[in-house]
Design a protein around this ligand. Structure first.
Ligand code: HEM
Length: 154
């Protein structure tokens, strides 16, 4: 599925991006509190964090930071490649993406409040999230298919 982003969505995301980044740690914390209520998802991160020796804070930071580049996706090619590689290593699948959206968007409202994070702002961020998510899901599926076909070493 190819999604497109309206000029209004891009403008809203860019205008609110700095506020989200300024409160990035609070949003990240609120997001993980929500996401990790799902034990199976929590376990994916526990294992990954042990391997990498890092907390998975980069996930939310990346969503917030990269959404600001939604009108210059060519800047993101390298970063997207690293995300795809890490996601395939940790078994991230399309079905996980709604869980992150359902954790991230309410976390944005919780931290910024509904006067800043209006319905229109959350809708724009939802569109931006899914635009990036669709790119990742397609690239990850292609990689899983290659691995399954045995075309490349695991
Ligand atoms: C648009 C959505 C997403 C973005 C922008 C994103 C971004 C990232 C980034 C930047 C990293 C670090 C990559 C590196 O090591 O260089 C990462 C790692 C990871 N992501 Fe995602 N991600 C998204 C969705 C998801 C979803 C849906 C899941 C599953 C629930 C997930 C699970 C993970 C895990 C387990 C890691 C490894 C963490 C570690 O190394 O400790 N991500 N992601």
């Amino acid at each position: 599925m190819t999604r497109t982003l309206s000029p209004e969505t891009i403008a809203t995301v860019k205008a609110t991006g700095p506020a989200l980044q300024q409160h990035g740690v609070a949003i990240t914390t609120a997001m993980y509190a929500r996401l990790f209520q799902n034990e199976a998802v929590k376990d994916m991160f526990d294992a990954a964090a042990q391997e990498s020796g890092e907390q998975p804070r980069r996930l939310a930071a990346a969503i917030l930071g990269y959404a600001q580049n939604i009108d210059k996706l060519q800047n993101l090619t390298g970063a997207v490649g690293r995300m795809v590689a890490r996601h395939v290593e940790t078994g991230v699948k399309a079905e996980h993406y709604p869980l992150v959206a359902e954790a991230l968007l309410p976390a944005i409202r919780e931290v910024l409040g509904e006067e800043v994070a209006t319905d229109a702002v959350l809708a724009a961020w939802g569109d931006a999230y899914w635009f990036l998510a669709d790119l990742l899901i397609a690239a990850e599926q292609a990689r899983y298919d290659e691995l399954e076909a045995g075309e490349v070493a695991a």
